[in-house]
Design a protein around this ligand. Structure first.
Ligand code: NI
Length: 227
């Protein structure tokens, strides 16, 4: 599952959030690194426990929980509280894989990272470099999305952020554990849900075939989800 989701935040909301957090105190990005990532990571991050971070996390989480495309694609079980990073000129995050397990010290939560996400808070024309590059069987894909747009990608992939050579890139990122661990099962559910939504809009929710397919969808979720 590799999916770009437009307007998770409106552009105005994304830029306002960026402005608020840009004025806060930032720390070395290696505060949250796994051992493998630390050596290739050169960026800054908002401290996890700062009040400004908590407020920003609340805003992003609320937007995610109201986003139909995100919910359909991710089938989230637990979303790790979103974090925020900042790359100035010369800063970068070399090729790495995200840790399989993440502990959230404040809440004691422990998640398996199934999906990773970057929510862009800077417009692409405001910086050079800073592309998110994701490797997979499909080759290497490069993302630099407008402020408010988000890319959702498999946590199993190798990925990196190329060096910023002009301006500054501020983004939100997070990991989540899905209700459905198997990526293929998750993708089948997403495809089925997309079609059911479309058919439902065309024929109405009470159409008998729409009802039947909706039941198939929920029965597959029942079979595959670890609630
Ligand atoms: Ni990463």
């Amino acid at each position: 599952m590799l999916l770009a989701i437009p307007e998770v935040l409106t552009r105005a909301a994304a830029l306002a959030l960026r402005e608020t957090i840009a004025a806060a105190e930032w720390v070395d990005g290696n505060a949250t690194s796994g051992a493998g990532a630390a050596s290739v990571k050169r960026n800054r991050q908002l401290p996890e426990d700062a009040p400004v971070t908590r407020a920003a996390q609340g805003q992003v989480t609320a937007a995610l929980m109201g986003n139909a495309a995100f919910l359909s694609a991710a089938l989230p079980h637990t979303v790790f509280p979103p974090l925020f990073n900042r790359y100035g000129e010369g800063e970068t995050f070399g090729l790495h894989v995200d840790n399989a397990i993440r502990f959230h010290t404040a809440s004691g939560a422990r998640i398996r990272t199934d999906l990773s996400a970057t929510l862009f808070l800077t417009d692409p024309e405001d910086y050079e470099g800073g592309e998110l590059e994701i490797e997979g069987s499909f080759g290497t894909l490069s993302y630099k999305l407008p402020a408010g747009h988000m890319i959702l990608y498999p946590s199993t992939s190798l990925h990196r952020v190329t060096p910023v050579t002009r301006g500054e890139r501020i983004s939100c990122f997070f990991w989540l554990q899905s209700l459905v661990a198997d990526p293929m099962e998750r993708e089948i559910l997403y495809d089925l849900d997309q079609s059911v939504q479309k058919l439902s809009a065309e024929r109405g929710k009470s159409d008998s075939e729409v009802l039947r397919l909706t039941a198939v969808y929920h029965n597959l979720v029942r079979r595959w989800a670890e609630a």
